[in-house]
Design a protein around this ligand. Sequence first.
Ligand SMILES: Cc1ncc(C[n+]2csc(CCOP(=O)(O)OP(=O)(O)O)c2C)c(N)n1
Length: 375
Amino acid sequence: MDEHGVDPLADEDVFRVLGPDGRPLPDATVPDLSDDRFRAIYRALVTTRRFDERAVSLQRQGRIGTYAPCAGQEASAVGSTHALADRDLISYQYREHGAIVARDLLSEYLPYWMGHESGTEAIAEGNVFPLNIGIAAHLPHAVGAAWAFDYRSEDRVVAAHFGGGATSEGDFHEAMNFAGVFDTPTLFCCHANGWAISIPESAQTASATFAEKAAAYGFDGVRVDGMDPLASYAITREAAERARGSADGSEGDVSRPTLIEFVEYRFGAHTTADDPTAYRDPDDVDPWRALDPLDRMEAFLRETGRIDDEGVEAIRDEADEVVADAIDFAESAEADPTDMFDHAYAELPPEIRRQRDELLAAVDEHGKEAFLRGE
Ligand SMILES: Cc1ncc(C[n+]2csc(CCOP(=O)(O)OP(=O)(O)O)c2C)c(N)n1
């Protein structure tokens, strides 16, 4: 181990490809990917981290709303998304920004955090459901979408992301039960990041692991080092094959869901409205920094001759550029106060229509600018 000390997952039964130092473990199988794909995973990790740093800074400047940082959790979102096909659907909570980066949707997405509903509308084009703040409320919808894919014989799976705290919600259990009974092609991606705001995992569940909850619903639960991008890739790939019903290629295979517990750690605050020093010692974070996914992936690429100083520099520059472009794009988005009525209903219910008409009349009277925040 390095200067940070003991590997926090040393005694945990988690699937890993890379050791904490980024070297493949002696008995691990490194996923069979092209050099470009390995570098693309690294690029997405670096871009996600850069986005995260800039997003927190933008919030502090009043340029975006409340934001949920993801530093430390990039590998699970990026690695799992690389293991899916583009046609597969992603339904996420609010912290798995790496999935959006891996789908190359950052510019389309960022406007959401600036209050533009167009942000969530645009990512739908890339097969990503809108983010979900009502904890676990997206899970029955994700299972419903997976069921629909199965019903229509479409070869598509759904990766549904959520935190450990979400497993205490009824929606989680209903979704898991339905998926188990009806064999929906769903990957339940549980991000065990240590906390649900200020509640530690030890106070969240009496189960030894989140993964073992899957047994109650009759399907597999697996635990993986969620700060290892290649392990996150491999385990998701396997789960996606099982969901497609082609795990071992044998005829008659049925599609099965999987619960994947990504064991990881949230380095930063729950959101920009949170102060983690109120409930945890800053020193608690340190051991987890030794598992930083960016360092491990960079070390892996260097060790295997897939990248050098110049390559790393180029990827960092590219990440800065992608994020800067996304911010420019988002800040140039035209705001319309009536947007908030547009995307929830195909047809507005009478009461909502009345509210919209009232707003339109007020906009007519006072001008649009009166309803938009000034610079
Ligand atoms: C139904 C519901 N209850 C409570 C909240 C308030 N809340 C927002 S985030 C959060 C914690 C969620 O923790 P977890 O699912 O572990 O995800 P994490 O934030 O750690 O990524 C809570 C309780 C909410 N958004 N929705």
